[in-house]
Design a binder for this molecule. Structure first.
Ligand SMILES: *[C@@H]1O[C@H](CO)[C@@H](O)[C@H](O)[C@H]1NC(C)=O
Ligand SMILES: *[C@@H]1O[C@H](CO)[C@@H](O)[C@H](O)[C@H]1NC(C)=O
Ligand SMILES: *[C@@H]1O[C@H](CO)[C@@H](O)[C@H](O)[C@H]1NC(C)=O
Ligand SMILES: *[C@@H]1O[C@H](CO)[C@@H](O)[C@H](O)[C@H]1NC(C)=O
Ligand SMILES: *[C@@H]1O[C@H](CO)[C@@H](O)[C@H](O)[C@H]1NC(C)=O
Length: 341
C-alpha cells in the first residue's frame, strides 16, 4: 500500500495548487515514504512516525500538524506567521525547529507555541523576533534564539524551567538591563551563549550549575570581584572581542579551580591577569600586554605547585619570547603551545 500511496502522492502533488509552496515538485526518495497521517507538503518517515519533516520547501505558513507528531522540523522556509490552530492537535509536541524563517514576534498568535505544554526543544534562530516567544513550557531543556532582533528578554521568561540546560541568545540586540534577572534560579543550566549582543557587563545572577559562559563580542569593560566564585562548576569562559582593561579585572577574579579555558583575546589588557594553576588554556592574543609576569600564572613553583596550562596565546601583543623569565619552564611544565607571534 505504501508504494501505491507514494505514486498517488507524486501525481497529485504535481497537480495541486498548494497554498504552502510554489516549488517544482521533486519526488521524495523511496526511503522516506510518508506515514499515512502525514501532511501532504511534508515527510513523516514510516520508521519514525512521530517526526514530521517540512524543511526547505518554500513554505509560507505552518501546516496544521496532525495528531501523533512530537518532532516537527520547519527550518529553511519562508514562514512569516504562526496562525492559531496549527498546533491544536499536538499540544504534546516535544521538539519544534523553526530556524531560518521570517517570523516576527507580533505574528505568533496566542494559542500556538504557548500551548505546547511538553515542549523540550525550541530552535528559533535567524528569524525576526524582538522578544522571546511564549510563555514557554516549564519542561524546556534547550532554547536557541540566535540571530534575531531581540531587544527584550523579561526576567520571567525562563522561570521554573528546572530542566533547562542550554540557552543560545547570540547575535541579538540584548543589553545588560534587558537580560537582568533572566537566568536566576535555573537549576540545570549548563551553557549560556550571549555573545554578539550589546552587553556592558557579564550577566548577573548566574546559576551555580553553569559550565560554559560565552560573552564574546560585546562591550564589556570589567568583571565584578567574586563573579566566578558564584559558579563553582564553570569550565569555559569566553569574553574575547570586548573592552576589558586591567583596571576592570579585580585581583583574584579568575583564581577559581574549576576553570579550564579562559578566552580574553581581543581586549585592551596590558598585563597577564592572575589565573589559577588548574587553568589549561589561556587566550590573550591581540591585547596590549607588554610584560610577562610569571606570578600571574604561578604564585609558587615547587614539585607540586605548577601551572597546568597547555595553551598560552600572546600573539598580537607587545611581547616576545625574550620577555619570558628564565624560570618559566618550572612553572609552565605542561605548556606545549606558548605562542608569541
Ligand atoms: C485533530 O483532532 C481531531 C479530533 O481528534 C480530528 O478529528 C482531526 O482530524 C485532527 N486533525 C488533524 C490535522 O490531525
Ligand atoms: C524535569 O525532568 C524530570 C525527569 O525527566 C521530570 O520528571 C520533570 O517533570 C521535569 N520537569 C519539568 C518542569 O518538566
Ligand atoms: C587562589 O585560590 C586558592 C584556592 O583556590 C588560594 O589558596 C589562593 O590563596 C588564591 N590566591 C590568591 C592570590 O587569591
Ligand atoms: C603551593 O601553593 C600554595 C598556595 O597556592 C601554598 O600555600 C603552598 O605552600 C605551596 N606548596 C608548596 C609545596 O610549595
Ligand atoms: C613595547 O615594548 C617595548 C619594550 O618592552 C617598549 O619600549 C615600548 O614602549 C612598548 N610599546 C608599546 C606600544 O607599549
Amino acid at each position: 500500500m505504501f508504494p501505491l500511496r507514494f505514486l498517488l502522492f507524486g501525481s497529485l502533488a504535481s497537480l495541486c495548487i498548494c497554498q504552502y509552496y510554489d516549488y517544482d515538485y521533486e519526488p521524495a526518495p523511496q526511503s522516506v515514504v510518508s506515514a499515512p497521517h502525514c501532511v501532504q507538503e511534508c515527510d513523516c518517515p514510516i520508521n519514525f512516525p512521530t517526526a514530521m519533516y517540512c524543511h526547505g520547501r518554500n513554505l509560507k505558513f505552518v501546516p496544521i500538524v496532525p495528531t501523533g507528531i512530537k518532532y516537527l522540523y520547519l527550518q529553511d522556509n519562508q514562514i512569516e506567521e504562526i496562525k492559531a490552530g496549527v498546533f491544536d492537535n499536538v499540544t504534546d509536541l516535544r521538539w519544534l525547529v523553526l530556524d531560518n524563517n521570517q517570523i516576527s514576534s507580533d505574528k505568533i498568535q496566542s494559542g500556538t507555541i504557548d500551548k505546547l505544554g511538553s515542549l523540550e526543544k525550541l530552535y528559533f534562530s535567524n528569524n525576526k523576533l524582538t522578544k522571546p516567544p511564549g510563555p514557554l513550557s516549564k519542561s524546556m531543556d534547550e532554547l536557541k534564539l540566535i540571530g534575531n532582533d531581540l531587544t527584550s528578554f523579561p526576567s520571567g521568561t525562563l522561570s521554573g524551567m528546572e530542566n533547562l540546560t542550554t540557552v543560545y541568545l547570540s547575535k541579538n540586540k540584548l543589553t545588560s538591563e534587558s537580560i537582568a534577572g533572566a537566568f536566576k534560579g535555573l537549576k540545570s543550566l549548563m551553557l549560556l551563549d550571549v555573545s554578539e549582543n550589546k552587553l556592558k557587563k557579564l550577566p548577573a545572577g548566574m546559576p551555580s550549575s553553569l559550565l560554559m559562559l560565552y560573552a564574546d563580542n560585546n562591550d564589556i569593560d570589567s568583571i565584578p570581584g567574586g563573579y566566578l566564585a558564584k559558579m563553582p562548576e564553570l569550565q569555559y569562559l569566553r569574553v574575547s572581542h570586548n573592552k576589558l582593561v586591567d583596571s576592570g579585572i579585580p585581583a583574584g577574579v579568575f583564581n577559581v579551580t574549576s576553570l579550564l579555558e579562559l578566552d580574553l583575546s581581543f581586549n585592551k589588557l596590558q598585563s597577564i591577569p592572575e589565573v589559577n594553576e588548574a587553568l589549561e588554556h589561556l587566550y590573550l592574543q591581540v591585547n596590549q600586554i607588554n610584560k610577562f609576569d610569571l606570578a600571574s600564572i604561578c604564585k609558587f613553583t615547587s614539585p607540586v605547585n605548577y601551572s597546568r596550562l597547555k595553551t598560552l596565546r600572546l600573539d598580537g601583543n607587545n611581547i616576545t619570547h625574550s620577555n619570558m623569565p628564565v624560570d618559566s619552564a618550572n612553572c609552565l611544565r605542561q605548556a606545549s603551545e606558548v605562542i608569541f607571534d
